[in-house]
Write a protein that binds this ligand. Structure first.
Ligand code: NI
Length: 177
């Protein structure tokens, strides 16, 4: 998948497995332009989120852009949010399995265990330090995207191969919900 500016790295590309480095100069024109391009890109590809390493920029930066669509009718609507140098401060003990997919792992869906809620700290694109609590779907998106910064993809966290499905079969399943 690609547009003019970016190509999404696909599973097997070694750069998806790197530990990304901290973003140092958030206010630079280069970084602000990159953020604008990535915001545009994630809306173009209808992503719930995208992490910089997925477009071959090994930086600790991702976008959360949840909104309901055919594939995730239960996703909450939010303003796309740029998350820079994120850390999880604390997590709820409760872990839930739910369906995930990824632009870098096309055609596969899987049940992935994630903490039901998290407390996180990050820097915004204007350089502000932010602390926020996320639960449910947004906590899931945050954990999924943070994994990309550490060289992990969602299939790494699948506990049982029976929790994986082809997207085609998954669409049948959720249409019966
Ligand atoms: Ni992903």
């Amino acid at each position: 998948m690609s547009t003019e500016k970016f190509t999404i790295l696909q599973l097997g590309h070694p750069h998806l497995r790197l530990t990304a480095r901290n973003v140092e100069s958030i206010q630079s024109d280069n970084m602000q332009n990159f953020i604008d391009d990535l915001l545009h890109f994630v809306s173009e590809v209808n992503g719930m989120g995208i992490a910089a390493p997925q477009v071959d920029h090994s930086l600790r930066l991702f976008i959360m852009s949840s909104r309901p669509n055919i594939r995730y009718p239960y996703a909450p609507s939010m303003q796309p949010t740029v998350i820079i140098n994120p850390e999880i401060i604390s997590v709820a003990k409760k872990v839930e399995k739910d369906w995930e997919g990824c632009l870098s792992v096309p055609s596969i869906r899987a049940l992935v265990p994630r903490h039901q809620s998290i407390r996180a700290r990050y820097t915004s694109r204007t350089g502000e330090h932010v602390e926020a609590t996320y639960s449910g779907f947004l906590a899931r998106v945050f954990q999924h995207e943070l994994d990309h910064l550490n060289g992990l993809v969602f299939t790494d966290r699948v506990e049982d191969n029976h929790d994986m499905m082809a997207e085609q079969e998954w669409l049948k399943l959720i249409s019966q919900r």
